[in-house]
Design a protein around this ligand. Structure first.
Ligand code: PCA
Length: 212
């Protein structure tokens, strides 16, 4: 029986909801084929976000960790490939921090790759009709910060981790110009991300490359 910790960010930038937190709350205690899901809410604050997830890892002792955040402008669920050692915040986080070109970890390498089977995850969701593609950038805000910080903490531990960005909910798009996804589809998509992670200890070799 595998244990999967899925984390969701609180709202930020003056918003009242974050689809990551809405979805993760619905996934609490979901049973998987060969596993179960536990969840945790994460502040959109530099360093505190990492501390919160590290504390949850130490408490739950999961086999895998899936950190989740919203990405306005994206139409699909996007497992991230890489976290970079850069904090360059376009807006202040919920703690008022706005670092520019600072490292996440002064002693860390330039980047860490996801240790989730991102290709198998992408194929699984696509087969179930849920839009999904590998992303090659998690940005330089708190999502990348958390992705990098958790990978840095896990670097000598046998726990898989990766970050997944999800689209906005329809009610967050007041202009009608943004791609959105319903909460039910996001929840089912994240459940499948967790199930595919359990099912694929080795990733599948299929391209998700981009020319640029
Ligand atoms: N998305 C932001 C931070 C929190 C969230 O849900 C990001 O992509 O960095």
């Amino acid at each position: 029986m595998k244990k999967i910790l899925i984390t969701g960010f609180e709202p930020f930038d003056g918003a009242s909801i974050n689809p990551a937190l809405e979805a993760v709350n619905k996934l609490s205690q979901t049973k998987l084929d060969g596993g179960e899901i536990v969840v945790c809410e994460v502040p959109v604050t530099r360093f505190e976000s990492i501390d919160k997830v590290v504390a949850a890892i130490e408490m739950h002792q999961p086999d895998y960790v899936i950190t989740v955040g919203q990405a306005a402008g994206r139409a699909g669920i996007t497992p991230e490939r890489v976290a970079i050692n850069v904090d360059d915040f376009r807006i202040a986080d919920n703690g008022g921090n706005q670092p520019i070109d600072q490292p996440v970890a002064v002693d860390g390498p330039d980047a860490y790759f996801s240790t989730l089977p991102i290709k198998a995850i992408t194929r699984t969701l696509q087969e179930q009709g849920i839009p999904c593609q590998v992303s090659n950038t998690a940005g330089t805000f708190v999502c990348n910060h958390l992705f990098y910080g958790v990978q840095h903490y896990l670097r000598d531990k046998n726990i898989g981790h990766g970050f997944v960005h999800i689209p906005l909910l329809p009610e967050q798009d007041t202009t009608g110009n943004q791609p959105t996804m319903s909460l039910d589809v996001i929840v089912e998509g994240l459940r499948l991300v967790a199930q595919a992670t359990i099912n694929h200890e080795q990733d599948v070799v299929i391209t998700a490359g981009q020319i640029c």
